[in-house]
Structures are given as C-alpha cells and as structure tokens.
Design a protein around this ligand. Structure first.
Ligand code: FEO
Length: 407
C-alpha cells in the first residue's frame, strides 16, 4: 500500500490487487488499484476503503497511522458506492471503533444495512454538505447507475477535488507514478487501454448514465479527479473526462481505426477464410485484432470489441446455430449494450446452415443495431469464389467503418 499527499489535509492510500476476478467475472490481466482518500479538518473522513476481497485491514490502519491519522479518530466513512471493493472493510472497522457515521445515498444505505448490518447512517442528497472544519467542506452529488444505483461523487470545495469512486477509473496496477503529470507516454497509453478494458467490463451497460455523470462533473469546476481505481488527474482532469466521453462513443458504435476479428473454427474451414481476410486487411494497411473464441478471456474480448470501429464475425454453423463460443461472446457484448458497430460475418457450414438465424436473434434480443455487410456462407471449405466474396465483404466493411472512427 502506498501513501500520497494530494493537498494539505488530503491523502491517498492505494494498493494494487492482482490475481482476482473483478466482480467474480473479469480476468484482469494487469491487475487493478484500489484507492482510498482521507480528508482532515477538525474532523476526519475516509472516502472509500482499500480492502476488500481478502485484504488485510490492519495494513490500512498501519498506513493511516503513518500519515498521522489514528484510525480511531475517523469520524465519517463516506461510502460513495457500496460495492465491497470499496466498502468491504466496514465490519472490521466496526471492531476497533464504535462511534462513526456512514455517509451515503439512500440506495447505498439500504445495502450498507443489508450487507454489514450498519444503521448509523446519514443519507445525503444532491448538494448536501459536510463541514469537517479547517476549510474542508465536502459536498455530495449522486450519479446513479455508474454502475450501481447507489453511486455518488464527493467533492471537496477548498481544493476542488472530485472523489469519483468508480467513475473515471481504470484497471491496471500502478507503479511509482500515481498522478497524471508523472506518467510516462507508455504509462498514459497503458492506462488508456486499461481504462477501455475497465469501461467495457464495468461501465458499458450504463453508458447513458455515464454520460450524465460526465456532464455533472463538468458543472463542478473540478481541479483534481481522484477516482477509486487508477491514476489521479491533477494536471489535466479534462483528459479523463474526454477519454470517458470517447469510451461512451465506442459503446454506441464508434471506435478506433481498427477491426477486430471475433472468430472460432471447428475443423479449420472458417479459419481458411479468416487467414484470407487477414491478407486483405494487411494489403489494405488496416490495423486488426484477432480474438479466437473460446480461448480469449471475456474481459479482453469485450474490451477489444468496444474499442474497434469494425468487427468481423467469423464462425461456422454448429448444430443448426452459430458456433457456440462466438454466440456466447456476442451475447456478452450485447448484454454490455455495445451497439451500432459496423460488422461483417462469414463462416462455413456442413450438413446444415443456421448460424445466420441465431446471429439475427442475438442482435435483435440485445437491441444491438449493428450495421452488417451481407454475410458470406460457404459449404465446407471456402472455394476461390467464396474467398472473393469474403474479400468484397472485408473491403465493404473497411469503407463502412470510416464514418465510425473516433481517434
Ligand atoms: Fe470499484 Fe463498483 O466498485
């Protein structure tokens, strides 16, 4: 766990967590940070905790003492969001101190009670404030459904620091550099990619609410954004707001100037056409990614689809339906409400077709509204004329995605 000073009376405690499935689902290849913040006036508040899963609260208490904060002196626990990666330490804290007040929204209060049995709670609404003394005044601003309904921002008015919890967060472990002005260009790129992974895995389903939360942040004259995961933005908080606006666009059909091939193949017939499509993409100088299902992790799959302006779905028919690992992947993308992508499908069939029908059902059921080039299906191995149709489809996709590219 690291301790950093953000401003006089405001500290950050951060720890890297690795080898966990985030939310019990997402395989986060590069880990994630959990950030907690302390605001000290005459009274002391802690905003979100930094243990959860199998964390050790004593580490938190020791680090608090090292920045001169006796854990027993904490008066307020600000629960911006009840998900246990931020709140999982509350029951343990109760064992060392009895007289603290939890501050959260009404929706968080119900969960704080049901998960931890807590009842000494002050429920706050938009614009409510808490004066800690010594000029430290916190205000509270609900941002529901980013990604849980209970979420709120806490804003420290003196330093104009926005404690945004999950909003403006990113996956990815942090090394020595925790502030935006310290990050090397490689680290900036790393956190952008990890931010996209985080957005796709955690936030994408709630893109309309995320957009509202971005607008709310813009009304607060923020100087520093201090999220619950990832770097703190003190030099240029507008950068992460712009990034999040772009990620929201990705979820609604835009993307980087790249194509992702989401593919699977039973006996290599569809794979022959995948290789041919790759040769076309190389010839045309188009950047592309390949996701072989079911080998790819769900986290990486959803993230890569989210950021791509064009998608090639390459999958055969299997038992009258779409090749199951690819169907499962597309269903997950649909559940994440990743809509409006430019796309093209091809695939082989043997004794029966049926993949197209299931693809249409997945798109319809999830209201994905993807803009597909006419599919190419071939019986058994692709022949010369089939490959020519694949080439035409790939070229049409390259053309179609141009209007969707956002840098
Ligand atoms: Fe970082 Fe939604 O918890």
């Amino acid at each position: 766990m690291k301790k950093l000073k953000i401003a006089d009376g405001i500290y950050m405690l951060t720890m890297n967590v690795e080898d966990v499935l985030f939310e019990g689902i997402w395989e986060i290849a590069n880990g994630v940070t959990l950030n907690s913040y302390i605001v000290q006036g005459d009274k002391t508040a802690i905003i979100d905790g930094v243990i959860g899963w199998d964390g050790v609260p004593e580490t938190l208490y020791k680090n608090l003492e090292e920045i001169g904060v006796d854990p027993k002196s904490i008066d307020y626990l600000i629960v911006n969001h009840m998900e246990p990666d931020h709140s999982g330490w509350i029951s343990n804290f109760r064992k060392i101190k009895d007289d603290f007040t939890i501050i959260c929204t009404d929706k968080a209060a119900k969960m704080v009670a049901s998960f931890y049995g807590e009842d000494k709670i002050r429920v706050v609404k938009e614009g409510d404030t808490l004066d800690l003394g010594k000029g430290k005044i916190l205000s509270f601003h609900p941002v529901p459904n980013v990604h849980w309904p209970d979420t709120m921002y806490t804003f420290e008015k003196d330093t104009k620091t926005l404690f945004s919890c999950d909003m403006f967060g990113a996956f990815g472990r942090m090394g020595d550099h925790c502030f935006d002005d310290e990050l090397t260009p490689d680290e900036v790129e790393f956190f952008e990619i990890e931010g996209i992974r985080y957005y796709s895995n955690v936030m994408a389903t709630f893109t309309p609410s995320v957009k509202k939360a971005i607008e709310k942040a813009k009304t607060l004259e923020v100087k520093t954004i201090a999220p619950g995961h990832g770097p703190v933005y003190r030099k240029n908080p507008g950068k992460i707001m712009d990034d999040y606006s772009r990620f929201a666009q990705y979820a609604e059909g835009a993307g980087k100037n790249e194509i992702t091939i989401l593919w699977g193949s039973m006996y290599g017939m569809t794979e022959k056409a995948v290789k041919y499509a790759e040769s076309i993409l190389k010839r045309e100088g188009v950047k592309y990614n390949k996701l072989k299902m079911p080998l790819e992790s769900e986290s990486e799959m959803v993230a890569t689809i989210l950021r791509s302006a064009g998608i090639i779905v390459a999958a055969p028919t299997y038992e009258y339906k779409l090749f199951p690992p690819v169907a499962t992947a597309l269903n997950e993308v649909g559940r994440k409400k990743i809509t409006g992508k430019a796309a093209f499908r091809f695939g082989s069939y043997g004794w029966s077709g049926g993949a197209e029908k299931e693809l249409a059902e997945i798109l319809e059921r999830n209201k994905m509204n993807w803009d597909f080039i006419e599919s190419v299906e071939f019986e058994g191995a692709p022949r010369e004329e089939d490959l020519k149709r694949v080439e035409a489809g790939v070229l049409a996709l390259i053309e179609k995605m141009k209007s969707k590219v956002v840098a």
